[in-house]
Write a protein that binds this ligand. Sequence first.
Ligand SMILES: [Zn+2]
Length: 349
Amino acid sequence: MTPFAKKAALTALFVVLSGSLLGCTDIKFSAIPPEQGLSAPAETASANTNSSPHTGVAATPKPAATPATHASTATPAPSVSPTPPPQEKPDPKATATPAGTPKPAASASASKPAATPATGDRTPFSWYYMKKKTGQVPDFPKETKSFTADQKAVWVGTGKKVYLTIDAGGPLIEVDLMLKSLKDNGVKANFFISGNNILKNPDYLKRLVADGHFIANHTMTHKDFNTLSDEQIKKEITDFEAMYKKITGKEVEKYFRFPYGSYNMHNLSLVSEMGYTSVFWSTAMRDWEPRKNGAEDPYNDIMNNLHDGNIILMHQGSKENMEALDRICKEIKKKGYEFALVNELQPHK
Ligand SMILES: [Zn+2]
């Protein structure tokens, strides 16, 4: 491997890891054991895999599993390492999770008949992307090629637009600094907030709305949807809707993000049937843990992967993110990009 190829491979690995672990770090920062929520109904009996949410989420041993894979050659991904996800899947968890097999369906049916209109494969996936050179749009998981029109989803846009999405499924910190940075730069961001956070701090939502930011549904309790029944999923979403309406007097726009980027084809359809477009991302960072170089890290992570239609995911729970936000907004604009809202993105067909 040439040094460059090696670096590209490492980068790809890193990105994959990020994607799988990301979603919301709520846990990382709290003393509470990861997703107590993950002690999902479905798996209960069998293996209490839930242990590490993020990690457990990495239950995507997809390589083989997925059907429509052949088309994957599609995007020219010269620089990127060819085999990103496979090895990525931290084996530890892989083992922990009865991954490989299509068990998700099994476990689900075990606990509940899950009679629903949405049909489809429940093989668990964790969102990821494969970074390329700065300025180039990353490559995306092969499973996206089998997304259908009734699985409304977006993960990257086009043109000189950047979609800043801020995940507030975890701790809410440096809120004043964040709002000031956005306002000073005239930037409207897209917020994916968990209902629990809003219940604890309704003013947070009111301030975002007052400043004109876009608010989307990030579930009520931020659980890994791959561990929930259809009924539980619907409740997570409708509970958020009811709460949003109660506080703002308005209906929340039908944009959604899967906690931890953890999804499956069935759930993608289910959420879509409820009217939602699922929003994934084309830039994410290891921002659930302290950054080695402080605010330099999120700044570099974002600027080094800036590309047309970039959907950036950053967690509000990262102090470094908040400290870097003003500089990030300024630099992105300086590069000629305009900040936009995700509701202008056309779902992939
Ligand atoms: Zn989240």
